[in-house]
Design a protein around this ligand. Structure first.
Ligand code: ADE
Ligand code: ZN
Length: 346
C-alpha cells in the first residue's frame, strides 16, 4: 500500500523530479534544440534563415498551433543523414534519463523528411539505433510511433505506410499529428483501419485546439487506444464519461498548451479536473525544445501553478505506465519501481 499522501508538501518538487515515469507524447523533431539545429545546418551545409541560436530562440513566440508548426518544420530541414536522426534521438534520451523517464514512446514525422528526399530507411534506422542504445546503455526503454501528417491527404498517408512497412519491426504504432482544425480524424479512417489490421497500436492527436467531436471520431472511427492532448474533452460531459468508462488515456502536455495559447495561464489548465473526473491523464512534453521544458519541468511548473498534490503526482506517474504499450509484466516492474521511490520519500 502506498502512503504518498503523507508526503510533506515541501518535498513534492523533489519527488516529482525523482519519481520514475513514462513519456508517451514526445515528437522527436520537437526535441531538436537550437544549438543542434545550428550544428547540423553547418555539418550538412543547409541554410537556415536565422543568424544565431539566440535569434532562432527569440522566434519561439507562438500564438497558436500553426504558428509553431511553421517553425518546427523549418527546424527539421537540417536533418539529412542517419547520424543526424540518431544524434537528435540520443540527445532526447539522455535528457529523458536525467528526468527519471524510464520508458518513452516517441513520435516521428517521416513525411517531413521524405518530402525533402530523405529515405524512410535513413529516418527509421537512425532513430531506432538510438532507442536500442538507450536500452543498453541508459536502461531506458524506448519505442517509435510513426505519425501521419493530417494536413496532407489520406493517399499520401497510405504511401508513407507502404514505405515504412519494410521496417515494421522498428515501430510499434501509428499516430496523427500536425494542423488539427479542418483535418478531422475521419479523413484518415481507411489508413487507420489498414494499420489496425496490421496489428499496429493506434493513437491520434485530438481535442488540442479542435472540438470534442474530433475526440469522438478518433475513438469511434479510427479506434485509437489513446488520445494525444484531448484537453477540449472537458467541454463535453458525455465524452468525459466515455473516456473514464473505457479508460482511454489522454497524453496531456501542459507547457505545450500554455505556449500555444490553449490555456491563457498554466493555473487555468484543466489537468486537475481531468484527474478528478477519473480520466487516465498523463503529463508529457510534446516538443520540449520549443515549449521550454522536458518532463520534469512540465511536472514542476504544472504542480506549482495548479496546486496538484502528491497523490495526484503518484497517479500521473502510475497512469503513464498503465497507458503505455509495454507488456503487463514490464508495467508491473515499473510500478514497483514507482512504489519504491514513494517509500524512499515518505
Ligand atoms: N506536431 C508536433 N507537435 C504537435 C502538436 N502539439 N500538435 C500537433 N502536431 C504536432
Ligand atoms: Zn503532439
Amino acid at each position: 500500500m502506498t502512503t504518498i499522501s503523507t508526503l510533506s508538501p515541501d518535498r513534492l518538487p523533489a519527488f516529482l523530479a525523482a519519481m520514475p515515469k513514462a513519456e508517451l507524447h514526445i515528437h522527436i523533431e520537437g526535441s531538436l534544440e537550437p544549438e543542434l539545429i545550428f550544428a547540423l545546418a553547418q555539418r550538412n551545409g543547409v541554410q537556415i534563415p536565422y543568424a544565431s541560436v539566440e535569434e532562432l530562440r527569440r522566434a519561439y513566440a507562438f500564438s497558436n498551433l500553426q504558428s509553431f508548426l511553421d517553425i518546427y518544420y523549418a527546424g527539421a530541414s537540417v536533418l539529412l543523414k542517419e547520424q543526424d536522426f540518431f544524434d537528435m534521438a540520443w540527445a532526447y534520451l539522455l535528457r529523458a534519463k536525467a528526468d527519471n523517464v524510464v520508458h518513452a514512446e516517441i513520435f516521428f514525422d517521416p513525411q517531413t523528411h521524405t518530402a525533402r528526399g530523405v529515405a524512410m530507411e535513413t529516418v527509421v534506422n537512425g532513430l531506432h539505433r538510438a532507442c536500442l542504445q538507450a536500452e543498453a546503455e541508459l536502461g531506458v526503454s524506448a519505442a517509435l510511433i510513426l505519425c501521419f501528417l493530417r494536413h496532407l491527404s489520406e493517399e499520401e498517408a497510405f504511401e508513407t505506410l507502404e514505405q515504412a512497412l519494410p521496417f515494421r519491426d522498428k515501430f510499434i504504432g501509428v499516430g496523427l499529428d500536425s494542423s488539427e482544425v479542418g483535418h478531422p480524424p475521419e479523413k484518415f479512417a481507411k489508413v487507420f483501419a489498414r494499420c489496425r489490421a496490421l496489428g499496429l497500436h493506434l493513437v491520434a492527436h485530438a481535442g488540442e485546439e479542435g472540438p470534442p467531436a474530433y475526440v469522438w471520431t478518433a475513438l469511434d472511427l479510427l479506434k485509437v487506444e489513446r488520445i494525444d492532448h484531448g484537453v477540449q474533452s472537458s467541454k463535453d460531459p458525455a465524452l468525459m464519461r466515455r473516456l473514464a468508462q473505457d479508460k482511454i488515456a489522454l497524453t496531456v502536455c501542459p507547457l505545450s498548451n500554455l505556449k500555444l495559447c490553449v490555456f491563457p495561464k498554466l493555473a487555468d489548465h484543466n489537468i486537475g479536473l481531468l484527474l478528478d473526473a477519473g480520466l487516465v491523464a498523463t503529463v508529457n512534453s510534446d516538443d520540449p525544445a520549443y515549449f521550454g521544458g522536458y518532463m520534469n519541468e512540465n511536472f514542476l511548473q504544472t504542480f506549482a501553478a495548479t496546486g496538484l498534490n502528491a497523490a495526484q503526482a503518484y497517479q500521473l506517474a502510475k497512469n503513464s505506465f498503465d497507458a503505455s504499450f509495454i507488456a503487463a509484466s514490464h508495467k508491473r516492474k515499473y510500478i514497483d519501481l514507482l512504489d519504491a521511490s514513494v517509500a524512499a520519500f515518505v
